[in-house]
Design a protein around this ligand. Structure first.
Ligand SMILES: [Fe+2]
Ligand SMILES: [Fe+2]
Length: 338
């Protein structure tokens, strides 16, 4: 697979899901909406867990080419890595507050537990790279960590449905962040950092897909109420870093100047792809605050897609590689149970 194809695969995985995890519409039964949602999330979590265990697990020690570590990355790149690691450090707040909100839903609560494990690796591996590359000393890391201790993340929305809309947006934005930073690391010739970022972005992409499927399930069962929540969350969305990290304005500017993330990236690579993916009606699209021209463009595209599906000309689930070629989880001993 050449680099371009691999990048296209990553982009597709980030925005449209994975080929091995198709969007299956809910089967509408006579059960209550709550019961159907619970069934959906539990089933969705089991699928997620199975794929994660068999194909996506990676080790911070053996799946990163630490032997090839260099200090090739620029100081700006190191500053961005440090900033992203800082956001990941508020994991105790994210896990306990979201789990508390969704604890009555077994599927969502189990997902949050697994999510917490996967997210915990992100700050560890980013910190390992900062130290091993020589970009930061142990003392600098400790000092920076101390400066973060005063902050506490608060739930930005207080209903489980609004929170899943929020986490859907936030996870895609995070995946785009890491993917853009990975491209920068590659252009600076930092193989080790590029691999770190590829694994982290793969996790973020899987998180986004779990949440996106959940939002679609809510859309199917309560289209109007869910569309209102999506609009509300988009209208009030901001990434957690803004409120948590000291001197974020400076860091945010460096991230934007580097082309990794900013308003333009958010609108083009996060907001728009999500709105297109949710297949909202014209009326719902107007409700999201898009311009009339954008509403027409998205609706026409969706109409064409639906027509192609009706005529059997188009498959929603194109075959793409399950992960980029260079990613191979660490070897495991497979035993056969007699
Ligand atoms: Fe993360
Ligand atoms: Fe994530």
């Amino acid at each position: 697979m050449d680099t371009k194809t691999e990048d296209q695969v990553i982009q597709t995985q980030l925005t449209q899901g994975r080929s091995d995890w198709p969007d299956e519409p809910l089967t509408i039964t006579t059960a209550s909406v709550d019961a159907q949602i619970e069934d959906f999330f539990y089933d969705s979590y089991l699928r997620y867990f199975k794929t994660a265990e068999s194909r996506r697990r990676w080790c911070v020690d053996s799946d990163i080419p630490w032997a090839e570590i260099t200090s090739n990355a620029s100081e700006t790149t190191a500053l961005i890595v440090e900033s992203f690691s800082a956001v990941e450090m508020f994991l105790p707040d994210y896990t306990h507050k979201i789990t508390d909100l969704v604890r009555k839903s077994r599927g969502r609560a189990l997902f949050q537990a697994n999510w917490g494990y996967e997210e915990s690796k992100h700050s560890i591996v980013l910190d390992m790279w900062l130290e091993r590359s020589g970009k930061r000393t142990e003392d600098q890391m400790a000092e920076f960590e101390r400066s973060l201790l005063g902050g506490e993340w608060k739930l930005p929305f207080d209903s489980p449905r609004q929170m899943i809309c929020y986490t859907m947006i936030q996870e895609l934005a995070t995946g785009v962040n890491y993917n853009n930073l990975r491209e920068r690391a590659e252009s600076e010739g930092d193989v080790c950092l590029a691999r770190v970022l590829r694994w982290v972005a793969a996790d973020e992409s899987a998180h986004y897909n779990f949440f996106r499927k959940g939002v679609k399930a809510f859309m199917e069962l309560d289209p109007e109420g869910t569309a209102k929540d999506i609009k509300w969350v988009f209208d009030h969305f901001s990434m957690p870093a803004h409120a948590l990290i000291p001197e974020w304005d400076e860091r945010g500017k460096a991230i934007e100047d580097a082309g990794v993330y900013g308003p333009k990236v958010y609108l083009g690579k996060v907001r728009r792809p999500i709105i297109e993916d949710l297949a909202l009606t014209r009326e719902q699209l107007r409700g999201t605050g898009l311009s009339e021209a954008e509403v027409q463009e998205i609706s026409d595209k969706e109409d064409e897609r639906q027509e192609a599906i009706r005529q059997g000309k188009y498959s929603r689930f194109t075959t793409i590689a399950t992960s980029p070629r260079l990613l191979h989880p660490c070897k495991r001993i497979v035993t056969t149970i007699p």
